[in-house]
Design a protein around this ligand. Structure first.
Ligand SMILES: NC(=O)c1ccc[n+]([C@@H]2O[C@H](COP(=O)([O-])OP(=O)(O)OC[C@H]3O[C@@H](n4cnc5c(N)ncnc54)[C@H](OP(=O)(O)O)[C@@H]3O)[C@@H](O)[C@H]2O)c1
Length: 315
């Protein structure tokens, strides 16, 4: 399947490696800034370069696009690609606000064209097995998940520091909240949150989410401090500890009866390869929505994220 890439920044440079282990090939790149002596282009001289993203969408060789722009441009280019009937794999967050998911969904239906948020976590084998393993410790009573990095040395022109789209919640909220909402499916009954806001940017947040079945989840994210990334799920019958839960490679189950189980999931390719494979399969099958990560899932994450943001406490 011939992919075009829209925006050739940091994550797009990883995508070109991830796709190598799939049936997909990068056949065009839409980039305003890539130079013709870029080492990737020199190695792949057959790739067409478009300076105008829309012109690439008009190229009839392009069978799908991967959108790797800063968050606030996702919606515009998703809608344009769908208008051209080009299936879309778009980086997270798909859009900035839950209501915008409806615009995307309507366009998907109108054009009968697939659109998927590239939340890699949910496409990897470790995540599927983890969901099955929950029964070993059930019922789940507590979930903790963090994603805290120190990105303060990034240039201040980076989208992370743009008040319209910046901050931790917009950047890595999808991983934390997507993970929690994938594990715990009962209704949310209460959210408490604290945030550190600097120049209208959410540098840090911690939220406590209470679910109708009594489960309590804690979500913690930051762009101003580093922490060991992990999730811990506590159940009545044991605990599961998952390092790097956003791209599960291994985890440990400790049952209350003393049984300890270690799981390992080596990647074929890298942590983004499975999401590309799954996307290709959906395009081939003519699906317009992913079963692994649906538009409702994306909307639920953004709804919770907005709720956490609305409870902001300045410091
Ligand atoms: N899945 C993951 O693990 C992961 C990791 C990191 C980021 N992401 C997501 O991927 C998206 C891109 O992140 P990134 O870190 O790759 O960003 P980045 O390095 O800043 O690259 C973004 C690219 O977007 C294009 N662009 C178009 N208009 C722009 C504008 N006005 N300002 C800046 N860039 C503009 C540029 O490409 P051209 O000059 O080539 O046109 C730029 O290189 C974000 O939504 C982010 O959340 C996902």
């Amino acid at each position: 399947m011939n992919f075009g890439i829209i925006g050739f920044g940091r994550i797009a440079r990883k995508f070109v490696q991830s796709i190598e282990a799939t049936q997909g090939v990068v056949s065009a790149i839409g980039s305003r800034s890539m130079t013709l002596d870029d080492p990737y282009l020199k190695k792949h001289p057959q790739i067409k370069i478009y300076r105008d993203y829309e012109q690439m969408l008009c190229d009839s060789d392009i069978e799908a696009v991967y959108i790797a722009l800063p968050h606030k441009f996702h919606k515009k280019w998703i809608l344009k690609a769908l208008d051209h009937h080009v299936p879309v794999l778009c980086e997270k967050p798909l859009v900035l606000f839950a209501e915008e998911v409806e615009e995307v969904r309507q366009k998907m239906r109108e054009t009968k064209t697939l659109c998927v948020e590239a939340l890699k976590t949910k496409f990897n084998d470790g995540y599927d097995q983890l969901k099955k393993d929950l029964e070993k410790i059930a019922p789940v009573q507590k979930i903790y998940a963090n994603f805290c990095s120190d990105s303060l040395d990034m240039p201040k022109t980076c989208f992370l520091f743009d008040p319209q789209q910046g901050g931790a919640l917009n950047d890595i909220g999808s991983y934390i909240l997507g993970f929690i909402l994938g594990i715990e499916t009962s209704e949310i009954v209460d959210v408490k949150s604290e945030q550190k806001m600097v120049d209208e940017i959410n540098y840090y947040f911690k939220a406590e989410i209470t679910f109708a079945d009594g489960c309590l989840a804690t979500a913690e994210g930051a762009i101003d401090r580093k922490k060991k990334r992990m999730a811990i799920i506590e159940g009545q019958n044991g605990t599961i500890e998952i390092p790097d839960y956003n791209r599960i490679m291994d985890y440990k189950i400790e049952q209350k009866d003393g049984v300890v189980i270690h799981r390992h999931f080596p990647f074929d390719g890298n942590d983004m390869t499975k999401e590309i494979e799954d996307f290709i399969k959906d395009v081939e099958e003519g699906n317009i929505e992913s079963k692994k990560h649906s538009m409702d899932d994306t909307k639920a994450i953004l709804t919770l994220s907005a709720y956490i943001a609305s409870k902001k406490k300045r410091s």
